[in-house]
Design a protein around this ligand. Structure first.
Ligand code: GLC
Ligand code: CA
Length: 561
């Protein structure tokens, strides 16, 4: 009876998300089942056993809806149809069935800040000023003959695009093919809720909500007043709309949600991800993946200064404790590969070691961990040769703006930045085997495979007790076996140390010590990080010294009483 009640609905019924380990699949680059060079849904179904073997119990699928091919599926033209390159609705239903049969839940990407300009709503909306769908999007008259205001697109250039049909401008916070929906329109919100219920009634288990902090843009940012670029995130009605969505949809299903909120702070997260379940289960904050960013834009990269990274995690772990729920991630389809970013990929031993260390550091914190495809193998950044090789609208637009228009960077400087930070790094095909195309496709892959697949691939790692894959399996098992990982308080040690990231988890019954060396040199532990206990997991075969960590070393220790 209890189980049935939990499945039926009601607020808070599912806090299963606290025990979830999410595996993120970027379908286009995961597995191609029909040889056309593009990953597809049947490919995901084929590889469910792999995900199951890793131990993840939720899959987040990047967008698989019909789209216009501009931004990796984030430009949706039909929310209720599968993109033909990914397969059919039957393929989706089969994937869902097969996943559920293995105890794996599936959450989908919900992209409702904007639609493709090829969406039927937009086609109607642009037709004429009196169209009933006109107000579904953000239309403004010109200001003094030009753009309504100085609002900038995240993907470079003005956020306003003139539409010849009516002479007005529509807003696009991303590519010009991605028109922003007007969430202040009640009908827009109801249409979105309908669509969400349609998928949930099909049996999906939740949503990852794309740029959800942008939906409630403050009216003044949208005025045709010639004003400057303003912050459109977390507008005054943001939480109002999410609470409405929660009442109308989320609270009626046994589901999990995670909002992508790059503007979130610990304070706003206490609302977004509050434990009474009136908004979202959790959010993705961006502060820890911004620590190596110079102030101006993501393209300037500062070297990692470890105390800064620790401060961010400490703030989130202690700030949300008992109030809201954290998500934990290093990677996704927008971020460079973590082993190339905060670890070391220049030699094989360091790559394996640092990939494990980074996994341990993240997975033993409080929150729901997300593993991005290939992270469990320690996949690395891609050695992009020139901008012509890039397939990412963000990188391409930024290159044109910063190199060709504004001359802020030389081509070489910009390419160095794109190689470090660009989104192509995450999107090269999954490396299954050492064979041709890494076993991803029998055809010609839509995007080049990283040449290092001959060394870094799933076939070589599954079953090898020393592989990164096996280490991630063990991390997941530790999480399942030790409640302290779920519930314990977080306490940072050695906050100012520039090499060591060390912390304790403590749930009143057990104490766990996690120590990580973020450098390629030996590191000395202070007394408070040298406690006696049982080592559950480490990344060196030979036991080391208690007061010293070797390069990239990590240890997870259950402390003696
Ligand atoms: C999110 C997605 C990203 C996409 C953007 C616009 O940040 O993760 O891939 O380009 O939103 O939808
Ligand atoms: Ca295919």
């Amino acid at each position: 009876i209890k189980l049935k009640a939990r499945m039926k609905g009601g607020r808070n019924m599912g806090d299963w998300f606290k025990r979830a380990v999410v595996y993120q699949v970027y379908p286009k680059s995961f597995m191609d089942a029909n040889g056309d060079g593009i990953g597809d849904l049947r490919g995901v179904t084929e590889k469910l056993d792999y995900i199951h073997e890793l131990g993840a119990n939720v899959i987040w699928l990047n967008p698989i809806y019909k789209n216009s091919g501009v931004d990796g599926g984030y430009d949706i033209s039909d929310y209720r149809a599968i993109a033909p390159e990914f397969g059919t609705m039957e393929d989706f239903d089969e994937l869902l069935r097969q996943a559920h049969a293995r105890g794996i839940r599936i959450i989908m990407d919900l992209v409702v800040n904007h639609t493709s300009t090829e969406h039927a709503w937009f086609k109607e909306s642009r037709a004429d000023k009196d169209n009933p769908k006109r107000d579904f999007y953000v239309w403004r008259p010109p200001f003094e003959g030009g753009v309504p205001n100085g609002e900038r697109s995240v993907f470079s250039g003005s956020a306003w695009e003139k539409d010849e049909a009516t002479g007005e401008y529509y807003l696009h916070m991303f590519a010009k093919e991605q028109a922003d929906l007007n969430w202040h329109n009640e009908q827009v919100r109801q249409s979105v809720y309908d669509m969400m219920r349609w998928w949930l009634d099909k049996g999906i288990d939740g949503f990852r909500m794309d740029v959800i902090d942008m939906i409630a843009k403050p009216e003044e940012a949208l005025a045709s007043d010639g004003g400057p670029h303003r912050n459109v995130s977390t507008g005054p009605k943001e939480h109002l709309y999410l609470r409405e969505m929660n009442r109308e949809v989320l609270s009626r299903y046994n589901m999990m949600t995670v909002g992508e909120t790059s503007s979130a702070t610990v304070e706003s997260a206490a609302d977004y991800a509050n434990l009474d379940g009136s908004e979202l289960s959790m959010i993705f904050q961006f502060q820890h993946v911004s620590v190596d960013e110079a102030p101006k834009y993501k393209w300037c990269t500062d070297p990692l200064y470890l105390p800064k990274l620790k401060r961010v995690f400490d703030k989130w772990e202690t700030g949300l404790y008992g109030k809201a729920w954290n998500s934990l991630y290093w990677n996704n389809h927008d971020q460079p590969r973590i082993v190339s970013r905060f670890g070391c990929d220049s030699d094989e031993a360091s790559r394996v070691r640092s990939a494990k260390m980074l996994g341990a550091c993240l997975h033993m914190m409080q929150g729901t961990p997300y593993i991005y495809q290939g992270e469990e193998l320690g996949m690395t950044n891609y050695p992009l040769k020139s901008i012509d090789e890039s397939l990412d609208v963000e990188s391409i637009n930024a290159y044109h703006e910063l190199v060709e228009e504004k001359h802020e960077m030389t081509p070489e400087q910009m390419m160095a930045c794109i190689r470090r930070k660009g989104r192509d790094n995450a999107r090269t095909p999954m490396q299954w085997t050492a064979e041709k195309n890494a076993g991803f496709t029998q055809g010609k892959p839509w995007m080049p495979v990283n040449p290092n697949h001959t060394v870094i691939n799933a076939q070589a790692q599954v079953g090898d007790p020393n592989s990164v894959f096996s280490f991630y399996q063990k991390l997941i098992r530790v999480r399942q076996e030790y409640d302290v990982v779920i519930d314990g308080r977080f306490e940072l040690l050695m906050p100012e140390d520039e090499q060591v990231f060390a912390y304790i988890r403590d749930d009143g019954k057990q104490r766990m010590l996690v120590i990580c060396n973020f450098s390629d040199r030996d590191a000395v532990l202070t007394a408070d990080a040298q406690m006696e206990g049982q080592i559950l997991l480490g990344n060196y075969d030979e036991e080391g010294e208690k007061r010293k960590l070797r390069p990239w070393e990590t240890r997870i220790v259950i402390l003696k009483e």
